[in-house]
Design a protein around this ligand. Structure first.
Ligand code: SF4
Ligand SMILES: [Zn+2]
Ligand SMILES: [Zn+2]
Length: 309
């Protein structure tokens, strides 16, 4: 089959669109840049921190964001959180270091071991047995907190994440299945826009890019990517939702796209309904904004830490 734009062999097919390697790479870049511009994700007044892990989504978003920032002269750097997951994160962090050197991107690395006192592997069993907390819950809370905390410390004004169309459709469906519409109100291509200067707004340039497109992009660009999954993913609710959604997408191509576009139509209504009216309270331990007396990250530290540094 041939590309719709030239005589070359097609490497990409999606809902009737066929593209060769070069036209797919152009299409990918145009789609990401259009999303950045449409949602005014960042400008040359910002310092952009790109959350990176070395996985395929993170390399794709890191590459595209740094290309955009270099083109428009915007300050930017990569920030990686090393959770301490043996046989997985150690490999992706090595790939990330090589990648950042190759493309001349400043890289900062923060590790759970250093900041939390233990690796995720070290607290995994205790979290499950004593507190019924799955590794992804622990990982998610600490990652989110550290990304915000260290982006802020490094003077970033925007935090870029590699969330793509698949992640967003999964999150929307997970929250909906759990009856948690309030959490859906905090999804979207740009989040965390509050008047509170302790939050760095988060933006998602890959918002309309599917997992399959990211994978193809990384392969065609010949990025060194370890496609193995985190060993903890199987325990998560997300993995189940992801598999079901993939089955639906295989039978009804375009379903994820349809779901995310429908979600964007109702997002303004959800934001209005669930907008914060209470003043922020601050964690007694770390001083960061939270809903109770102590934030979730400090609570985890109290419950799980093996050796506090
Ligand atoms: S799968 Fe879970 S434990 Fe693994 S990196 Fe993702 S959130 Fe963390
Ligand atoms: Zn072509
Ligand atoms: Zn705290």
């Amino acid at each position: 089959m041939k590309c719709h734009k030239c005589d070359q062999k097609a490497v990409y097919k999606n809902q009737g669109l066929l593209l060769c390697k070069n036209h797919f790479l152009d299409y990918f870049e145009a789609k990401v840049f259009k999303t950045i511009k449409k949602y005014k994700m960042f400008s040359n007044e910002d310092t952009v921190c790109i959350a990176a892990s070395g996985g395929k989504d993170s390399l794709a978003v890191l590459y595209m964001t740094s290309q955009y920032c270099k083109k428009y002269n915007i300050n930017h750097f990569a920030l990686a959180i090393d959770e301490g997951i043996a046989g997985y994160r150690d490999h992706t962090i090595e790939d990330l270091k090589e990648f950042c050197e190759r493309y001349d991107i400043r890289l900062e690395i923060i590790s759970f071991k250093e900041k939390f006192g233990s690796t995720l592997d070290q607290v995994r069993e205790k979290a499950l047995k004593e507190y019924n907390k799955k590794p992804c819950t622990v990982c998610g809370i600490l990652r989110r907190t550290y990304l915000n905390r260290y982006a802020l410390k490094l003077n970033a004004t925007k935090l870029v994440t590699g969330h793509n169309l698949d992640d967003e459709s999964q999150s929307f469906l997970m929250n909906t299945l759990l009856g948690n519409m309030r959490h859906n109100a905090s999804l979207g291509p740009i989040t965390g826009l509050t008047t509170n200067d302790k939050f760095v707004p988060r933006v998602k340039p890959l918002y309309f890019i599917s997992e399959q497109e990211t994978r193809l992009f990384c392969l065609l660009k010949e990025f060194k990517v370890d496609f193995t999954e985190c060993p903890n993913i199987g325990l998560s609710f997300r993995a189940n939702v992801r598999d079901q959604l993939n089955e639906i997408e295989n039978k009804f191509p375009g379903a994820k796209n349809g779901m995310v576009n429908a979600f964007l139509e109702i997002l303004p209504t959800l934001k209005e309904k669930y907008k914060e009216t209470k003043p922020f309270s601050y964690c007694e331990k770390c001083g960061e904004p939270c809903t109770g007396k102590v934030c979730n990250a400090c609570l985890l530290e109290e419950q799980l830490v093996v050796r506090k540094i």
